[in-house]
Design a protein around this ligand. Structure first.
Ligand code: ADP
Length: 290
């Protein structure tokens, strides 16, 4: 089952066009929605999660009209918002059981207990299930967030900027969990972190100022830049003098010296060498030309 989004637009009362005619097809698996802060990602996520209305356009998943049949959408939806709100001083088991009851999961208390135990195992929080969620680390909270989003076996899981603030170990554990979930359902991950999409997603979109700049697979995106990325390590002085006119894609310090990547259709000279494009190049080149 695909999620088909067509010509979705949304302008906020202040006049910000957060979504501008966005169309895309999202198949089963991990889908990365990549864009800088303010691109319109959360707006799109909230519209798909039925928490906000679009001005125009449509979204369909199988027989469900996502913008109209809100009750139906909520039956198949799991959502982890950017801000999960206050974490109460109750244990993970108690909180998840409570959320399960609110969602109408499980025919009896016993069923519900079983569902909760299974989910806490799945997100690797079984050992700490009797600890208060308020004492959890950022990564543990995000995994708890996934557990609550998976209550009721959703077909569509939406996670908004889930890895911001996680340390590398926690991020990895979180990636593994999402990758496993993404094997069987549609998972939409919104992020401004290129690495999230690179490591996890089979399909992706780039949005900026509410507009769709790219839609396809990460490898297609990279192939599109083949032969157009050039790099060179240089002194800080050379970087600030900038004797070439090509757009800079990124500047990274490698052992203290700037490694500069630029975009050029042909050999830019100035000692630059051709470089394999990566997803970060794609992201910055699309933003640059938007
Ligand atoms: P992202 O999630 O990619 O950071 P958002 O969807 O949150 O982007 O925001 C897109 C644009 O819409 C931004 O310019 C933001 O300031 C604006 N915006 C978001 N929510 C509101 C709101 N409730 N009222 C007015 N403007 C908003």
């Amino acid at each position: 089952m695909h999620l088909e989004i067509e010509r979705l637009s949304k302008t906020y009362p202040g006049g910000v066009r957060a979504l501008d005619n966005v169309s895309m097809t999202i198949p089963r698996g991990m889908f990365g929605l990549l864009g800088p802060n303010g691109a319109g990602k959360s707006t799109l996520m909230r519209i798909l999660a039925t928490l906000q209305n679009a001005d125009s356009g449509s979204a369909r998943m199988g027989t469900i009209d996502v913008l109209r049949d809100k009750v139906e959408v909520r039956k198949i939806l799991g959502y982890l918002p950017q801000e999960f709100g206050v974490y109460p001083r109750v244990s993970a088991v108690k909180l998840l059981s409570h959320l399960a009851a609110l969602k109408g999961v499980g025919a009896s208390t016993r069923d519900r207990r079983q569902v909760v135990e299974t989910l806490l195992e799945r997100v690797n929080l079984a050992d700490v299930r009797h600890k208060a969620v308020s004492t959890y680390s950022g990564g543990m909270r995000q995994r708890f967030g996934i557990a609550q989003a998976l209550l009721g076996n959703p077909q569509l899981l939406i996670v908004d900027e889930p890895t911001a603030g996680l340390d590398p170990g926690e991020r990895n554990r979180f990636y593994n969990l999402l990758a496993e979930v993404g094997e069987s359902i549609i998972v939409i991950l919104s992020t401004h972190i290129v690495q999230d999409v690179k490591e996890l997603c089979t399909n992706m979109a780039i949005i900026h100022h509410g507009k769709l700049l790219f839609h396809g697979s990460p490898s297609q995106a990279e192939q599109g830049l083949s032969g157009k990325v050039w790099s060179r390590s240089m002194t800080k002085r050379e970087l600030s003098d900038r004797a070439w006119e090509y757009p800079i894609l990124s500047t990274k310090l490698v052992a203290g010296s700037p490694l500069v990547r630029i975009y050029s259709d042909s050999d830019p000279g100035h000692g630059f060498r051709s470089s394999e494009p990566d997803l970060e190049d794609v992201f910055f080149s699309r933003l640059e030309s938007a």
